[in-house]
Design a protein. Structure first.
Length: 115
């Protein structure tokens, strides 16, 4: 049974950067696609970014395109979401998700952007 752990959230001023990381424990990460989602206050959970198993194909929500970068590091058994030029509307709980033969969700990490 795997466990997905996120880290890297926090409080940042608008225009700043944060890097979220997630690590998959007890299961080989290399055979899983990775996605990030977020849930803003009072909103449904929404897709943010995805990277395929090989790391060759990425996709992003329009709201973060050009500001966020998703990447994977199979040697570390995880990946990260680099978030630049953060805006107040990026304030949310961010969740890592991996899909393969099974699916795992992280516990979420809070990102707060002050304007």
């Amino acid at each position: 049974q795997g466990q997905l752990i996120e880290s890297g959230g926090g409080l940042v001023q608008a225009g700043g950067s944060l890097r979220l990381e997630c690590v998959l424990y007890s299961v080989a990460f290399s055979s899983y696609a990775m996605r990030w989602f977020r849930q803003r206050p009072g909103k449904e959970r929404e897709f943010v970014a995805r990277i395929d198993v090989d790391g060759h194909v990425t996709s992003y929500a329009d709201s973060v395109k050009g500001r966020f970068t998703i990447a994977r590091d199979n040697l570390k058994n995880g990946g990260y979401l680099q978030m630049n030029n953060l805006k107040a509307e990026d304030t949310a709980v961010y969740y890592c998700n991996v899909q393969g033969s099974s699916e795992y969700w992280g516990q979420g990490t809070q990102v707060t952007v002050s304007s």
